[in-house]
Design a protein around this ligand. Structure first.
Ligand code: NAG
Ligand code: NAG
Ligand code: NAG
Length: 302
């Protein structure tokens, strides 16, 4: 029996060798340790601060979320909270990272965007995303929202990286902000040195594009985590039946506050969101804003 198992494992080795280390870690549902959960705290505060007006983040005086990240060196902020979501870029020395965050939107608005039949899948702008594979399609509304600040965010990331050689780049946003951030991360990743460590953490991320797009995300952003909370409807829209699909990297927060690392794209494993919330009728909109390990995300001073 043991010999058989060893033989089976050996037979599986060539396939394993091809998979990236990140993909290997995602092979099964694993509860995160309390230390691992705690390590998300700064990303969660950054995602929450993303809701704050550009004038407040410019001086890093946005209330509780800025206070929680004392010492953050702001490079640039922008957006108007109306036609363009707020955003900020800066350097956070405890993580030795250039951090980018985008404002999300309230739950009813993101559900409206994610279920609005007028928003369909469109190709990426080939000028901005020259390495996108043929057939990669994204939600038109998210594409339009990302294009508005993309050039300014890129300029800020580039200058902040130049001022902090060796720093990593981290994206941390919630809701609509996570969707914009994902597109921004794909836009910026090929334009900075490939040796720069690059991390994406999204909270309550909706589906942004089709499965070809999701595969591209997996290859370009192997260090991607998308945290979804209990019965939040947003991570299951737009529906797969509409041609949308998620990248890998799901971490699902259970009703007992376990953080479960799920493997694969749109994981079907027990305890992941497709299992606990198969349809929108099983959802609870109040879960979109968290709490994520005690932190409420979804308004500037929340
Ligand atoms: C939600 O956000 C949208 C878009 O910014 C806004 O029009 C709407 O009034 C907001 N709704 C609530 C309840 O705040
Ligand atoms: C694509 O992006 C470029 C660069 O930002 C812009 O000039 C152009 O108008 C965009 N094209 C479309 C079709 O949106
Ligand atoms: C998700 O759940 C539904 C309903 O239980 C099921 O039909 C579907 O195959 C599951 N998987 C994915 C990836 O959506």
């Amino acid at each position: 029996m043991l010999a058989l198992l060893v033989a089976a494992a050996a037979a599986a080795l060539p396939a394993l060798a091809l998979a990236s280390p990140a993909a290997l870690l995602r092979r099964s549902v694993t509860p995160l340790s309390s230390d691992q959960i705690a390590s998300f705290k700064p990303f969660t505060f950054f995602a929450a601060a993303g809701y704050c007006p550009a004038a407040a983040t410019a001086t890093w005086s946005c209330g509780v979320n800025c206070d929680a990240l004392a010492g953050f060196e702001v490079t640039a902020t922008g957006g108007d909270g109306g036609s363009t979501q707020f955003w900020f870029v800066g350097f956070y020395s405890p993580l030795n990272s250039v951090v980018v965050s985008h404002q999300g939107t309230n739950t009813s608005n993101i559900i409206a965007i994610g279920t609005d039949g007028d928003f369909f899948l469109v190709p990426l702008n080939a000028t901005m995303f020259p390495t996108a594979p043929a057939g990669a399609m994204v939600h038109m509304g998210f594409r339009e929202a990302q294009e508005k600040a993309a050039a300014d965010v890129l300029a800020a990331v580039t200058s902040s990286l130049a001022a902090h050689p060796g720093a990593s780049v981290t994206f941390a946003s919630h809701s609509l902000g996570a969707a914009i951030g994902l597109l921004d991360a794909l836009f910026i990743r090929p334009l900075i040195p490939s040796s720069t460590p690059f991390k994406f953490v999204g909270y309550g991320l909706p589906r942004v594009g089709n499965p070809t797009f999701a595969d591209w995300v997996d290859s370009l952003l192997p260090d991607l985590t998308r945290v979804n909370n209990m019965q939040d409807p947003v991570p299951i829209i737009p529906g797969r039946f509409l041609g949308f699909g998620h990248p890998s990297g799901e971490v699902h927060i259970s009703s007992t506050s376990q953080w479960l690392a799920c493997s694969g794209q749109d994981s079907e494993e027990t305890g992941c969101i497709n299992d606990t919330e198969p349809t929108i009728f099983n959802s609870d909109e109040s879960n979109h804003d968290g709490p994520y390990d005690g932190i409420h995300v979804g308004g500037c001073d929340s």
